[in-house]
Design a protein around this ligand. Structure first.
Ligand code: PMP
Length: 359
């Protein structure tokens, strides 16, 4: 497929071409059987094998043992953060509010119980997240929820915190670097950034959490029941899970998450260097450099007009999806796992050329 361009969309986002090609074949004729993988029962042997391999490979990539289950759930990350509060919020839970998504997660919890905000940077439009030393954690909190990479605001937690019941929304950085998932109570991420198409939420649950669940109105929202049913309390998004499996195979073949992290560092560095070397033409929106996201690079230009021209000209040069989120403005270049190094380099070169012509 030679006509694929560099797509910097924040999500749904680009997927590896190889994964798409293999999935396209499986959609039409799965292993030469004369039917596609999306056309068979989720309880049949073909899909059961896909589900099993996807769970096994996921555990391998994340270095997980028997302490945790891998679930493929539905309803997006928004449903997940709501379901988390439905299940585990008894007295009060701690939330770090560092951007759009952790704010929404805390908001969902507040509708269901007591959510204690341990730190918020909303006053500075979430241009960074509250430093660890300033968090006001509560001793008896049911859990501590963080978003490890704020997709809209372009910053990440350099290291995931340590907490006996840590819950992480890893949506926009899942599997982009090694994560201490084995030390977490629950980790979840909408697939549509780093892992596959929209419609699947990869969820990892530590098994001792099941005993802490509240009664929920449906088994669909019970992590325990979903784990027992191998994510098949009802019909799962079978084709989405198939694509996830192809992504896991692709990641495994590339050398896993540590290898991926190196590639992602190279990509992010190319663009941040272009920002930092522009004599202020481009301004990174994140105020604490060590929190800069390696997945969503956010920056502004001197004016709205220049921003629009930048987006239009980049699009003509084969780079799309660069418009920043409405509350931040400017540019957001999302460079998830599937973005090749050449894509980030092409954008960095384009930025230098554009700045030299316009400044
Ligand atoms: N958390 C994060 C970090 C996100 O980036 C997003 C989506 N952009 C969400 C949650 C919400 O995901 P969904 O639309 O799948 O509910």
């Amino acid at each position: 497929m030679s006509n694929r361009i560099f797509n910097f969309s924040a999500g749904p986002a680009m997927l590896p071409t190889e994964v798409l090609e293999k999935s396209a074949v499986a959609l039409v004729d799965y292993q030469g059987k004369g039917f596609g993988i999306a056309e068979v029962s989720h309880r049949g042997k073909e899909f059961e094998a896909v589900n099993d391999e996807a769970m096994t490979l996921c555990k391998k990539l994340l270095g997980l043992g028997d302490t945790h289950d891998v679930l493929f759930l539905q309803g997006g990350a928004t449903m997940l953060f709501t379901t988390i509060a439905m299940n585990f919020l008894h007295g009060s839970a701690d939330y770090l509010v560092s951007g759009e998504w952790s704010k929404k997660a805390a908001g969902a919890a507040k509708d269901l119980g007591k959510a204690n905000v341990v730190g918020t940077t909303e006053a500075s439009n979430f241009d960074h997240s509250t430093p660890t030393a300033e968090w006001k954690l509560n001793e008896g909190a049911d859990y501590f929820h963080v978003c490890s990479n704020e997709t809209v605001h372009g910053h990440r937690l350099p290291a995931w915190p340590k907490h006996p019941n840590l819950i992480v929304d890893a949506s926009s950085e899942f599997m982009s670097r090694p994560h201490p998932v084995g030390d977490c109570a629950l980790v979840y991420g909408g697939a549509q950034k780093n892992l596959g198409p929209a419609g699947v939420v990869l969820t990892i649950v530590r098994k001792d959490m099941y005993a802490k669940q509240k009664k929920v109105p449906s088994k669909l929202w019970s992590f325990k029941d979903q784990a027992e049913g191998r994510s098949m309390v009802n019909t799962p998004p079978t084709f989405g899970i198939y694509i996830l499996l192809e992504v896991f195979r692709w990641l495994d073949a590339k050398g896993g998450l540590a290898a991926m992290e190196k590639i992602n560092e190279t990509k992010a560095k190319a663009i941040y260097d272009a920002i930092d070397a522009s004599n202020g033409f481009y301004k990174g929106t994140v105020s604490v450099k060590e929190q800069r996201s390696r997945m969503n690079v956010t920056y502004t230009l001197p004016s709205e007009e220049l921003t629009e021209e930048f987006i239009k000209t980049a699009s003509k040069a084969g780079m799309v999806g660069l418009k920043g989120y409405r509350t931040v403005g400017g540019i957001r270049a999302s460079i998830y796992n599937a973005m090749p190094v050449e894509g980030a380099q092409a954008l960095a070169t384009f930025m230098k050329d554009f700045a030299s012509k316009k400044s």
